[in-house]
Write a protein that binds this ligand. Sequence first.
Ligand code: G3H
Ligand code: 13P
Ligand code: NA
Ligand code: ZN
Length: 328
Amino acid sequence: ALITLRQLLDHAAENGYGVPAFNVNNMEQVHAIMEAAAEVDSPVIMQASAGARKYAGEPFLRHLILAAVEQWPDIPIVLHQDHGADPGVCARSIQSGFTSVMMDGSLMPDAKTPASYEYNVEVTSKVTEMAHACGVSVEGELGCLGSLETMQAGKEDGVGAEGKLTKEMLLTDPDQAADFVKKTKVDALAIAIGTSHGAYKFSKPPTGDILAIDRIKEIHARIPDTHLVMHGSSSVPQEWLEIINQYGGDMGQTYGVPVEEIVEGIKYGVRKVNIDTDLRMASTGAMRKFLAENPKEFDPRKIFKVATAAMKDICKARYEAFGCAGQA
Ligand code: G3H
Ligand code: 13P
Ligand code: NA
Ligand code: ZN
């Protein structure tokens, strides 16, 4: 059944676990996420970006999720809209049947330029008012995702050409977080602690100065009742990186967020953990390997099948590590 993000994260807080929120664009990802959840008895958060809706088309995306609800009636599923760039995007998701929306007011609607605090409070409050009237949950974001490592090296980092990020913006301020939650009434708050989207997060295994797990503890101490969200939380599996490069790929050396660090965050209020890149890497690696080893094969179902299996393994590992296995 579909449930709201608030319902799931309240249960997660009471029982001390976190839930991976996997991005979905197609049937194979939905299968992998759901098959893994069914095997370990985990609740599920599937999230779709505006780009996902554009890729699949709104009716196809909606029916993929409805198909999952029908095929796995015993698993609670949150259908969440990832990174809404403006209140209009959130409104369309509410109409489409999403049970949770993210208003990312940390950036302007171009999704590149850092926004002012006042702007963020204004657009996020607008969305909570609208969404709560419809029984839909809201995630807000305070602070900008971006690399502390790059910033410390004195290089410009960013969300884009216009994105002039300061070190202050890359770490969510605990007092401001308390004010933000009070003013906007969000159900969950995404925070910035040095992670970034995509595969290229860290040039070496991250240490505390570039992945600020301590900041989570400070924020949680200030707002213990708020459900925290970690974005950019792919672990960038080194084994998949090697397979991609071994079978014709060309990805640079890079490191993600170690699962143990996420588990530490879950002890301090992190309840939703956003993961997209890990499933992209697993499916691409599995398909590259299969195609290289089976050059005569031309049935795409055989190719997609290995991608689904590879993604499913990652999903299971995250459900187990984050403590949501057995909680459905
Ligand atoms: O936050 C970004 C997610 O990884 C979704 O990416 O906009 O390419 O669908 P996308
Ligand atoms: P990754 O790129 O680390 O998978 O992060 C995904 C994310 O935060 C989606 O909102
Ligand atoms: Na989100
Ligand atoms: Zn994100």
